[in-house]
Design a protein around this ligand. Structure first.
Ligand code: PLP
Length: 394
């Protein structure tokens, strides 16, 4: 099919709830993807962080192929080795605890919020979340998402949510009544524009939750699985959550989400309280195991640290040349370039030159390359951004 033919199918049969770039992608390999017209694209935003170790990592592909030949799916009435093994590997790299598996970030957050209500006393029903957050699109997850643009048209939302400005300890303290069941934040806000939490902020959440008997939930759907140079972003902040949610990069391109909880909380989720038909499916879990093994065997955490530093230096050099760049922020390979104006046009022009990046919050260019990214690829990306900014007179 030609690009035009595929797009015609979408126009006729697919609900148009996404604004899409007019390219049909047919193949992915490491930091590159290829469109139906044979163009090679340097992908510095593979799968919105889903392809965390790049497109089609050979170890993940091999694990999926092997698993597909043995057993695609069996329901949670039975046990599978793959689900048990993935839960073990996650527990050992996080704060201990146990996993519940689902299929997406929003679902993982739903599970976390339900468990927080279930595991605290009955007068505790409120959830505190932060302005600029993004937690997904199901009713509770979108209610948790403290950005009015995501709420328009869907009122009334789920009751019990309270919003506070991000990184504001005073606001947190005054919102923290005895009815609060949980605080949920991202250690680095992704959709909100790569806003890094202050260490003192996360530690204040930890302390207040302990004092008040509330649950600390960290949404690591975007930050987790090594992108920041540590397995989980909270590990940069000397603090441990009670519950953590994962999805995006967990399956290396296969749909999977997880909610991890400390043992005492996990024990409350008994049969009948929560479930997911596809959750923990052996194909997805085999992919998750392969992702963790690949990150360790190929030293990708170290690479994320090094390449993150390198990209930061290169982008700061670019800042000296282009007044439109205000500053660069982020940790590891979670990179935000704060512009002094809108970024959508820049993203489009980069794509025309074979580079895929993203723009969030109108004026933040976002790059989240696969953890297999190389210096040469970063150089190439920076060169393209440089030439686009030069040609646009910025
Ligand atoms: C993407 C994202 C979600 C939602 O994940 P879905 O898989 O789209 O439901 C939740 N939280 C954060 C931080 C995310 O980046």
């Amino acid at each position: 099919m030609t690009t035009e033919e595929t797009i015609a199918l979408f126009d006729k049969y697919v609900i148009a709830n996404y604004s899409r770039l007019r390219r049909v992608i047919v193949k992915g390999q490491g930091s590159y993807c290829f469109d139906a017209e044979g163009n090679k694209i340097l992908d510095m935003f593979p799968g919105w962080a889903v392809s965390g170790i790049g497109h089609c990592h050979p170890k993940v592909v091999a694990a999926v192929q092997k698993q597909a030949g043995e057993l695609l799916h069996v329901d949670n009435t039975f046990y599978t080795e793959q689900q048990g093994l993935l839960a073990k590997l996650l527990s050992e790299r996080a704060f201990g605890g146990k996993s519940f598996f689902c299929n997406s970030g929003a679902e993982a957050n739903e599970a976390a919020l339900k468990l927080a209500r279930l595991s605290t006393s009955s007068e505790k029903y409120k959830f505190i979340t932060a302005e600029g957050s993004f937690h997904g699109r199901t009713f509770a997850a979108v209610t948790a998402t403290a950005q009015p643009k995501y709420h328009e048209g869907f009122l009334p939302l789920v009751p019990g949510f309270v919003y506070v400005p991000f990184n504001d300890i005073k606001a947190l303290e005054s919102a923290f009544t005895d009815e609060v069941a949980a605080v949920m934040v991202e250690p680095i806000q992704g959709e909100g524009g790569i806003n890094v939490a202050q260490k003192e902020y996360l530690q204040a959440i930890r302390q207040l939750c302990d004092e008040k008997g509330a649950v600390m939930i960290l949404d690591e759907v975007q930050t987790g699985m090594g992108r920041t140079g540590k397995w989980f972003a909270y590990q940069h902040f000397d603090v441990e959550p009670d519950i953590m949610t994962l999805a995006k990069a967990l399956g290396g391109g296969v749909a999977i989400g997880a909610m991890m909880a400390r043992e005492e909380l996990a024990a409350k989720l008994v049969p009948g309280k929560h479930a997911s038909t596809f959750g923990g499916n052996c194909l997805a879990c085999a992919a998750g195991v392969a992702v963790i093994e690949a990150i360790e065997e190929d030293n990708l955490l170290e690479n994320a640290v090094e390449m993150g530093q390198y990209a930061n230096e290169k982008l700061n050099e670019l800042k000296q040349k282009h007044f439109i760049i205000d500053h660069v922020r982020g940790i590891g390979l979670m990179i935000g370039i704060q512009l002094k104006g809108p970024g959508a046009q820049i993203v489009q022009k980069c794509l025309d030159k074979g580079l895929r990046i993203n723009c969030t919050h109108d004026s933040v260019l976002r790059m989240m390359p696969g953890m297999i990214v190389t210096k040469e690829q970063i150089d190439q990306a920076v060169d393209i951004i440089d030439s686009v900014l030069t040609e646009s007179g910025k």
